[in-house]
Design a protein around this ligand. Sequence first.
Ligand SMILES: *[C@@H]1O[C@H](CO)[C@@H](O)[C@H](O)[C@H]1NC(C)=O
Ligand SMILES: *[C@@H]1O[C@H](CO)[C@@H](O)[C@H](O)[C@H]1NC(C)=O
Ligand SMILES: *[C@@H]1O[C@H](CO)[C@@H](O)[C@H](O)[C@H]1NC(C)=O
Ligand SMILES: *[C@@H]1O[C@H](CO)[C@@H](O)[C@H](O)[C@H]1NC(C)=O
Ligand SMILES: *[C@@H]1O[C@H](CO)[C@@H](O)[C@H](O)[C@H]1NC(C)=O
Length: 327
Amino acid sequence: MKTTFVAAALAALATLTLAKPISRPHKRQSQRDPNLDISSGLQNILDNTHGSDLYAYPTDLTRGILPKAIHSHNDYWRDVPFYSALSFGCVSIEADVWLYNDTLHVGHEQAALTQSRTFDSLYIQPILSVLQRENPTSAFQTSNTHNGVFDASAGQTLYLFVDLKTDGAETFPYVVRALEPLRSAGYLTSYNGTHVTEGAVTVIGTGNTPLDQIAPVANRDYFFDANLALLSTTQANITSEISPIASTQFTRYIGQINGTEFNATQLQTLESQLQVAKERGIGGRYWDTPAWPVSTRNAVWTELVRAGVALLNADDLAAAAGFTSNW
Ligand SMILES: *[C@@H]1O[C@H](CO)[C@@H](O)[C@H](O)[C@H]1NC(C)=O
Ligand SMILES: *[C@@H]1O[C@H](CO)[C@@H](O)[C@H](O)[C@H]1NC(C)=O
Ligand SMILES: *[C@@H]1O[C@H](CO)[C@@H](O)[C@H](O)[C@H]1NC(C)=O
Ligand SMILES: *[C@@H]1O[C@H](CO)[C@@H](O)[C@H](O)[C@H]1NC(C)=O
Ligand SMILES: *[C@@H]1O[C@H](CO)[C@@H](O)[C@H](O)[C@H]1NC(C)=O
């Protein structure tokens, strides 16, 4: 089971490497300065030691990936859900879940569901597998670590948004149960009635997630995606202990952007929504932002980053990852 996921991860990372514009030779080229006149003997050693155990270290699966404040929207649409987002450094992913016959299936709509694409197989087990790789035990590392998925930034949590598509009251208990492998290994961000303790994975229920199965629970390791636009009105009593990130629909609350400029009203709405969230220690995210034209998409991303969103929602991960040098 585990090896399958590791193999899938490596395949995903390899595919991405190959997809880069510069075609690479089969063997990874050593990163030598072409101006350096090194002997062919040394070059041979540099070229051929890659992949050997001697020159690898245990937690190097996500080596060199810098975490970025990107939410991988419709993550389950990607060829290799979770791993694709991970390879781009996205700190946030989203799974749409449907409850059928006691099993949580993953897909955007009913027609996309299959017996094998489950919340456990596409998310819980792959995340656990990466965390196990990032938290090895050995003769050198005997205490239990709780590093996150990113080798370069072990303290960075991974936000896992779970979008409930079937009845919330009935489905949510299955989500809570499905988290057990991550829970028992100590990887979940939790709340004990007074404090939030951040863990490697922060689970946030969205879609049909019932607030009344989250807010009143004193001891829990799951949170609620409040509506960023309603934090000053109907959701004024929602705290960051309930909702570490609140999201809202860009087109509905900010509106259409013509060209590359927000008008004065739109700017004010954006800034006041994020200000209300910030005062409560809640991060903001907008979904349904324009994807096209690219100039409008980029102008909106620029404005959202400037205004201080916690996560940038993206369908095109490569574009978002390469978007700003602020990551
Ligand atoms: C649920 O179980 C019933 C009875 O075994 C079966 O007929 C049906 O196809 C199953 N549905 C799904 C989505 O697996
Ligand atoms: C909750 O966690 C905090 C921080 O670890 C701790 O100080 C506090 O005593 C805990 N509260 C309860 C009720 O366990
Ligand atoms: C917030 O207030 C509403 C009523 O306005 C109530 O139904 C809900 O339980 C409250 N939520 C919290 C987290 O206190
Ligand atoms: C700004 O755009 C919104 C639509 O998104 C519109 O309702 C509003 O009237 C505009 N405000 C100004 C000042 O142009
Ligand atoms: C954008 O253009 C449309 C159609 O011309 C108009 O209805 C809308 O109010 C404009 N929005 C803004 C934000 O200026």
